[in-house]
Ligand binder design. Structure first.
Ligand SMILES: Cc1ncc(C[n+]2csc(CCOP(=O)(O)OP(=O)(O)O)c2C)c(N)n1
Length: 592
């Protein structure tokens, strides 16, 4: 598919792979190039340093070619672990993470993670083995129509048809994953294609010549929108994940601080604007801060950049920012007026749009009263919880203690559930790409493999912690074997409430406390489980153990699991019920 008119994409500039990555000497490379070696050459040309995967019959030729490469392969325990680790790698670095799996069950085990990356527009390249072309359609051993299965959940996918074009397919899939609106791509690799000989050069990352996402937005449209924004009496910026993806955080900061506009982020954009800044209102939506939700409800003009207005953010569309003119900038024109009507649509890259918008602003909005109002909301609805030192441990306190004990650039990964919300609410994020979580799909089990991918992507001196739920941890805890084998310094705090707490919370609130299949009093001892894997295990059962044990676990240079017995009845607030009015968030169950 990487035919004429292909546009080169800058490969990852980081080419120094380090000695330890060069497991096998590149000079061992066999002279005859196969489809498989073209695949690996394409990855090398793209600057890929790591691939996460699991071996198997149909993908073996590709692994055999990898034997000769300096690309470091991280063997995962399960393909779901591989895809989440690769996705998190992409979140932290901005470059597509690469995962590999064999055909059939290997490929289907990737599906959840691919769907996850698709919902969050994460750059990801999946390579899957496939039965030989002649066997396709015959129900051959481990045959699954991977292209068919993944078509709705990939940005693009390819069934490679020849050793001569397979390298180009990989180059294009890599280029597409990163360019424009990012997302997952997949190349399905029949065994005869990867085993066949070729002398074709796979080239570097490319995109089809027909794929030309806009860089700058239409200048006249920007000027009209800036004119309106400058007149706003209650302006607000809503920064979405696209701001992070476009590396536009600096531009956001400059714009917001120069024109004194409060900044609300979506969950995926946590860290795009420093949460300790006085203009930060943290994040909005179902469990966002009261003041963020007030601001996006009462605004008269919203500059929304790189967000798809997910329903967890908007609540009911009818009650979303009812008095506001919406300026919506996005790189994907399909997002404009999809969920929320855009009064001022702008199609372009977030970084370019902020620069254009900044230059086009005739003056700062006159919004002193609004800024006072916003500050008042911050006082009125602080993020708070009640704590009794003799009672069960509050999870929010644990998050705060870990935040205080770690550096500002620490990366936090999470599973999905209450713990994810506490980790996002009670940690102060000040740097981009330090919040790594599953948003749109809400995939339990994301936390540990994501911590592995993040650890490999992170700077050596950057700490990586994971807040997990007991239920989420149980879904992918086998990846601890990988963290031990690779000697990865990660610390996992399992906020253990012996329940799949978020479900329990909803049952209590909306199903008359009928706790069907949500209490898990049979959880294993996670500290002992950690030791069985060869990791360090810790347990915290009372407040007086929290600070010391947290420090001990963080100091341990390797994977450690801290089993924290938290208050099993603690709930996440504020809360806007599904489809509700953001301005009417509840601070406790009786307000729902
Ligand atoms: C794979 C998957 N299955 C089911 C769910 C539905 N779900 C959402 S939150 C949640 C509870 C998660 O429990 P746990 O990981 O223990 O976290 P807690 O809410 O207790 O902090 C469940 C089951 C999901 N999000 N993902």
């Amino acid at each position: 598919m990487s035919g004429d008119g292909a546009t080169p994409v800058s490969p990852n500039t980081e080419t120094d792979r380090g000695d330890d990555a060069a497991e096998h000497d590149e000079t061992d490379r066999t002279e005859v190039q196969t489809g498989a070696s073209a695949v690996i050459r394409a990855l090398e040309n793209a600057g890929v340093r790591y691939a996460f995967g699991v071996q198997g019959g149909a993908i073996m030729p590709v692994y055999d070619a990898l034997y000769d490469s300096a690309i470091d392969h991280i063997t995962m325990a399960h393909e779901q672990g591989a895809v989440h680790a690769a996705t998190a790698y992409g979140t932290v670095t901005g470059d597509p993470g690469v995962c590999m799996a064999t055909s059939g069950p290997g490929a289907t085990n990737l599906v959840t993670g691919i769907a996850d990356a698709n919902m969050d527009s994460e750059p990801l390249l999946a390579l899957t083995g496939q039965v030989p072309t002649d066997f396709v359609g015959n129900d051959a051993f481990q045959e699954t129509d991977t292209v068919g299965v993944t078509r709705p959940i990939t940005k693009a996918n390819y069934f490679s048809s020849s050793p001569d074009t397979v390298g180009g397919d990989v180059s294009e899939a890599f280029g597409l994953a990163k360019m424009g609106r990012q997302g997952p791509t997949l190349v399905d690799l029949p065994k005869d294609v990867t085993q066949g000989e070729t002398d074709a050069d796979p080239g570097g990352p490319t995109t089809p010549g027909t794929y030309n996402p806009a860089e700058e937005a239409d200048q006249a449209a920007v000027e009209r929108a800036a004119e309106r924004f400058a007149q706003a009496e209650r302006p607000v910026i809503l920064a979405g994940g696209g701001v992070m993806k476009a590396d536009a955080c600096e531009q956001l900061y400059e714009f917001a601080t120069e024109f004194e506009v409060p900044v609300v982020t979506t969950m995926p954009a946590i860290g795009a604007f420093p949460e300790d800044h006085e203009l930060s209102l943290s994040w909005a939506g179902m469990h966002g801060t009261g003041y963020a939700n007030m601001a996006i409800t009462m605004t008269d003009c919203m500059l929304a950049v790189g967000t798809r207005f997910d329903d967890r953010l908007t609540g009911g569309i009818d009650t979303f920012a009812p008095d506001a003119d919406i300026i919506h900038a996005d790189i994907d024109p399909a997002e404009i007026s999809k969920n929320v009507h855009a009064d001022y649509p702008l199609v372009g890259d977030a970084k370019a749009v902020f620069e254009q918008f900044h230059a086009a602003m005739p003056q700062a909005p006159e919004a002193d009263e609004w800024l006072e109002q916003v500050a008042q909301w911050k006082d009125e609805y602080p993020m708070d919880y009640e704590m009794d030192e003799d009672g069960p441990i509050k999870p929010q306190f644990v998050v705060e203690v870990v935040d205080a004990a770690t550096a500002d650039d620490t990366i936090v990964t999470t599973g999905v559930g209450q713990h994810q919300m506490w980790a996002s609410q009670y940690w102060t994020y000040t740097k981009p790409r330090t919040w790594v979580s599953s948003h749109g799909l809400g995939t339990m089990g994301y936390g540990l493999p994501a911590a592995i991918g993040a650890r490999i992507a992170a700077d050596d001196d950057q700490q990586v912690v994971c807040f997990d739920g007991d239920g989420s941890f149980l879904m992918t805890c086998q990846e601890l074997s990988v963290a031990v084998r690779e000697e990865l310094d990660i610390t996992v705090f399992v906020l253990n409430n012996a329940a799949i707490g978020m479900v329990r919370q909803w049952q209590d609130a909306f199903y008359e406390q009928r706790r069907m299949a949500s209490e898990y009093p049979w959880m294993p001892a996670f500290d002992k489980l950690a030791e069985a894997f060869g990791a360090r295990g810790f347990r915290i059962e009372s407040y007086d153990e929290v600070e010391e044990t947290v420090q001990e676990a963080l100091d341990y240079e390797g994977p450690s699991i801290v089993d924290v017995f938290i208050d099993p009845e603690e709930n996440v607030y504020p809360m806007v019920p599904s489809g509700g009015d953001n301005g009417l968030f509840a601070l406790s169950e009786d307000q729902l």
